[in-house]
Design a protein around this ligand. Structure first.
Ligand code: NAD
Length: 263
């Protein structure tokens, strides 16, 4: 087992599922202590926490803070500092989706998506930065999306939030440029997680087509590789950003999208 992140503490928001869980696994596999976060059945979350700790022999703690509020974001970072001794790596990954034309977009969904997909990163970063600056090291990784770089119909709030997080990433990178801290965005294309499975199911139901056909159509419409990006690939990139190879890589928005945004 590799130990490139031994002695580091990583907070990964929204890590009870999907991409966040994949990144938390990758960090644990490199020896980092992990703060998990996200929603889920308490018994299942505890099983997840315990199995990660046992599999990789690292400390894994969990806090279920709701990142839709500033207080929840501040609480999560402070708990990680209190329980694990500081935050070296912060991955802002928690995210939600709602699909609807702009004139019908429910105002409460707009507000929720902006809060969870964008404002939460502002709140966690501003809370974590003083500790990182004091220690002269930090890795801030924002999980944006291909939708941080280009748009699609019916995703007004999501695309606005993801473009926003790309902008936030650049500002934080500039403000921390001489401090030993880097801030980057990872911009995945389609990844087969519960968030995307919902969109495939809706597409299959709307078109009266089998799930497998809906999945294929969703992929080839945007992603030239016609393959999903995997959570392991995203975990590998996140680990790279935390290592020596990533030390002067900051302010970037890195697409992992099978060519989606090359078009
Ligand atoms: P997912 O639904 O599998 O996981 C989302 C996680 O966020 C879960 O752990 C959930 O509990 C947590 N979460 C949601 N609301 C929260 C809140 N208020 N407070 C705390 N935690 C909360 O989704 P995913 O596909 O793994 O998405 C993760 C991130 O990756 C999101 O930001 C998403 O926009 C982004 N992304 C996903 C894809 C994709 O194809 N799946 C592509 C590009 C970007």
């Amino acid at each position: 087992m590799s130990t490139s992140l031994k002695g580091r503490v990583a907070v990964v928001t929204g890590s009870t599922s999907g991409i966040g869980l994949g990144i938390a696994r990758a960090f644990a596999g490199e020896g980092a202590a992990i703060m998990l976060n996200g929603f889920g059945d308490p018994a299942e979350v505890e099983q997840l926490r315990a199995s990660l700790a046992a599999e990789f022999g690292v400390e894994v703690v969990y806090d279920g803070a709701d990142l839709a509020t500033a207080e929840g974001c501040e609480h999560l970072v402070r708990e990680a500092e209190r329980r694990l001794g500081g935050v070296d790596v912060l991955v802002n990954n928690a995210g939600i989706q709602h699909v609807s034309p702009v004139e019908d977009f429910p105002v409460d969904r707009w507000n929720a998506i902006i809060a969870v997909n964008l404002s939460s990163a502002f709140h966690t970063i501003r809370t974590a930065l003083p500790g990182m600056k004091k220690r002269g090291f930090g890795r801030l990784i924002n999980i944006a999306s291909a939708h941080g770089l280009v748009a699609s119909v019916n995703k007004a709030a999501y695309v606005a939030a993801k473009h926003g997080i790309v902008g936030l990433t650049k500002v934080v990178a500039l403000e921390t440029a001489e401090t030993g801290i880097t801030c980057n965005a990872i911009c995945p294309g389609w990844v087969l997680t519960p968030l995307v499975q919902k969109q495939i199911d809706v597409r299959a139901a709307a078109g009266g087509i089998p799930i497998a056909q809906a999945e294929r159509e969703l992929l080839i419409e945007k992603q030239p590789s016609a393959r999903f990006t995997t959570v392991e690939q995203l975990g590998g990139l996140a680990v790279f950003l935390c290592g020596p190879g990533g030390a002067n890589l900051t302010g970037a928005s890195l697409p992992v999208d099978g060519g989606w945004t090359a078009q």
